[in-house]
Design a protein around this ligand. Sequence first.
Ligand code: CS2
Length: 495
Amino acid sequence: MNGTIPLSQENLQRLPDGVSRPEYDRKNICAGIVHVGVGGFHRSHEAYYTDELLRTGDFSQWGICGIGLRDGDRKIASVLEQQDYLYTLIIRHPDGRIENRVIGSIVDFMMGCDDPQAVIDRMASSETKIVSLTITEGGYNVDSTTGEFDFSNPDAQHDLAHPMQPKLVFGFITAALRKRRDQGLTAFTVQSCDNIQHNGNLTRKMVLEFARRQDPELADWIDANVKFPNAMVDRITPVTTQADIEYLKNEFGLDDAWPVTSEPFCQWVIEDDFVNGRPPWENVGAQFVPDVTPYEKMKLRLLNAGHSVLGILGSIHGHQTIDGSVSDELFAGYLRQFMDAEATPVLDAVEGIDLDKYKDTLLERFRNPNIKDSLSRICLESSSKLPVFLIPTIKDNLERGGSIRYATLVIAAWCLYCDRGVDRHGNELDIVDGMKASLNEAAAKTSDDPLSFLKIQSVFGDLASNERFVKTYTEMVGRLYQDSDVAQQMRNVMS
Ligand code: CS2
């Protein structure tokens, strides 16, 4: 196609059929939501739901102002700014159908590290009703050994010493809430959109612990006035590739520097606990429920744990993507058996959800050949993910005498992964983990001390002192270190 159309508000009318666009009046939208962490997932999920809502009527107080807190957010800041905060969501169906949709719900973006005061003021403004977060599991600054706020983090120390120039999201939220209290404004709701069980309760705990250290009276005010709804969020969103950018150019002549790709499936289950109003997201498919616990547990322990099972075992075996792994019958079978024999027996029933169907749907979603979800994305920050996704299933099964073999092999394989850092063909694995060095160091001692890896308490808790677990793990790690053919070990577990 000759000449491309740069994505911008002005050019929306020039977009060809085949790309749906926001027709609502974006100029008059107020950002009732301030969102920290505008990654792919926020853009395919909360921003998508909100765009869908804005398309249905006058909800103009519910736009989104994105916030980046770190240097790494500069790229998204500049791309969005150049594109009038517009971007394309490419929804890829398993049968090859593709929906292309320009999302218009983000209407502003600010960088906290450049102008912290401006971000605090924005959060404190009466327009802001919700501060939502996608800061990843690691962003909650939890000391994983104690479960408390980690004050040893230098950024936390900095924020305590410089309350008006914070670096961590907790410093920003606290400063903004102080300003609201002093001005007699209603608080905002803090809404976590991260994949953590009881994400709202955790956010509340971390905000309160930080605020209490800084200003106990403010902490009491927050405790009494702020709401932190729990929620389960779900939409598989692979990392954007150059091919996604080229696709929009070639098919539609559309020049979008950072589109997002996702699967069609989308789910958001939220506890209806907001202090200053909320968008009626239920009009566009979100579910509001009194207690989200069973939904989040089901998702974390089946979908996310399933991803980790495929991610760790598949990486060592030499698979590249989730769909590539599940098209391998051995991996698909192993995953299903892990879900049936270990994850499901320790789940609570979810009203209105048939777990067998949920698992069938998961496998279908994983099989979507048009979502090339890389195993390197799945394995990113495993040290924060596995304690949330997989280890609780092992612990529950240890307590009730259930099977632990499927999940334990994943832990043993993770040790090998951290130690060797290569797949079975000798190709180097792209390991990105804040704990990479300590994981590697502990894993490398396995031949001398088979439990060395397990002794990382912040990840495994007290698993190293559970006799049954230690026995199974030691056997598996021993076998894997003798023969790193993970497929053979998977067959052993299944036999
Ligand atoms: C994945 C999730 O990060 C992971 O390991 O399991 O990002 C997953 O794709 C999303 O939670 C889907 O909602």
